[in-house]
Design a protein around this ligand. Structure first.
Ligand code: FES
Ligand code: FES
Length: 162
């Protein structure tokens, strides 16, 4: 099976029903994608498939054949939203953070999201540490600052494996 991972073509011999989460973490060594519940409840394993956020613990790798998969590594740690999560202390233990950031990218086309929009975009992502306010603040600031310049689309970023 072949798919595009953070802008680069990859091939896997994993079982077609292997979880995308496991292929990413164990075969591709992209450990930025986290496992929390393993059953689609927490959002820690969120990645983008063809630009849509999905729980990679629920996706068989066969389902991404030919698709574009973006993990947090695809943002290179340079996406403005990642810096704002740090500035606003939107990350504490950090387990939820990669999934939060990727899920929030759904708001990229919304120039002025409301707090409710942010809550809705992140409704599938749980955080045990922050109380959410700092996360919402980071996302709202990101959109408010977005007017001052374009941001790189995650799909344009190339892979950086650890
Ligand atoms: S680990 Fe996938 S939703 Fe929790
Ligand atoms: S920062 Fe720990 S779960 Fe969100």
């Amino acid at each position: 099976m072949r798919f595009t991972l953070n802008g680069l073509p990859v091939e896997t011999n994993a079982h077609p029903m292997a979880r995308l989460l496991d292929v990413l973490r164990e075969e591709q060594r992209l450990t930025g994608t986290k496992e929390g519940c393993g059953e689609g409840e927490c959002g820690a394993c969120t990645v983008l498939v063809d630009g849509q956020s999905v729980c990679s613990c629920l996706v068989p790798v066969a389902q991404v054949e030919g698709a574009r998969v973006t993990t947090i590594e695809g943002l290179h740690g340079t996406h403005p939203l990642q810096k704002l999560f740090m500035d606003e202390v939107g990350a504490q233990c950090g387990i939820c953070t990669p999934g939060m950031v990727l899920a929030a990218l759904a708001l990229e086309d919304n120039p002025v999201p409301t707090l409710d929009d942010v809550r809705t975009a992140l409704a599938g992502n749980l955080c045990r540490c922050t109380g959410y306010s700092a996360i919402y603040r980071a996302v709202l600031k990101w959109r408010a600052e977005a007017d001052s310049g374009p941001h790189a689309a995650p799909e344009q970023a190339s892979a950086r494996h650890k």
